[in-house]
Write a protein that binds this ligand. Structure first.
Ligand code: AP5
Length: 209
């Protein structure tokens, strides 16, 4: 099963990917996670994208496409994948279509005020990347990851200015992909507002229908 999780920042794509990959037995590939890992490791890629990612901009298409292409060439995706956060522009979608056939593109639908509430309260583990929320899903011990004991903190691009920039860029650059995939007849709409476990069941029903 080859799936794209498409949706605005904060819609729950990462949270649902973590739940769905277990149920579907396929890997989760997040371009955001790949960039954050490169930044943390201080690689050449990390140094190239650090400023862009932390201020909520978009990494250039050519660079992003090359990284995804390499991932999709690897044997680990033989049974399929969940691609989260890619494509984000029509150019990226066109490039992807030249080397990969998709089964479903899932659109995570959520109102802007709810997105702001989720992003404004999000916390992430600096070590393993586990995602929390101050109100909806706090770690058991404040500031400490339940899974690895790492430090749980605000993501640099979850500062208010970067959040607004990311949401605006989504509307300008990524939302046109809804029409793009609708025309290819592989777009599936998902109400992302219920609790994650409920969203998961809706998602599974959509892709197994
Ligand atoms: P990326 O990491 O992809 O960020 P994003 O798309 O902005 O998505 P988020 O991680 O913010 O949100 P999410 O939908 O995964 O929500 P989450 O599950 O965390 O990209 C980061 C950056 O990398 C980009 O800004 C860009 O610079 C660069 N980049 C990445 N891909 C690129 C590309 N293709 N091209 C160019 N540049 C690229 O949930 C959010 C919060 O809500 C959490 O606190 C969570 O606990 C909570 N929550 C989740 N689901 C629920 C629910 N159902 N109910 C209640 N709370 C919930």
């Amino acid at each position: 099963m080859r799936l794209i999780f498409l949706g605005p920042p904060g819609a729950g794509k990462g949270t649902l990917s973590t739940l769905a990959k277990e149920r579907l037995g396929i890997p989760h590939i997040s371009t955001g996670d790949l960039f954050r890992a490169a930044i943390k490791q201080g690689t050449l890629l990390g140094r190239q994208v650090q400023e862009i990612v932390s201020t909520g901009g978009l990494v250039p298409d050519e660079l992003t496409v090359a990284i995804v292409r390499e991932k999709l060439d690897s044997p680990e995706v033989a049974k399929g994948f969940i691609l989260d956060g890619f494509p984000r522009t029509v150019k990226q979608a066109e490039a992807l279509s030249s080397f990969c056939k998709l089964d479903h593109v899932i659109s995570f639908d959520l109102a802007r005020e709810e997105l702001l509430q989720r992003l404004g309260g999000r916390l992430v583990c600096k070590n393993c990347g586990a995602v929390y929320h101050r109100v909806n899903r706090p770690p058991k011990v404040e500031g400490v990851c339940d899974f690895c004991g790492g430090v749980v903190a605000v993501r640099p691009d979850d500062e208010p200015e970067a959040i607004v920039r990311r949401l605006d860029l989504y509307d300008e650059q990524t939302a046109p992909l809804l029409d793009y995939y609708q025309q290819k007849n592989i777009l599936r709409r998902l109400d992302a507002s219920p609790a994650p476990e409920v969203v998961l069941e809706s998602l599974l029903a959509i892709i197994q229908a």
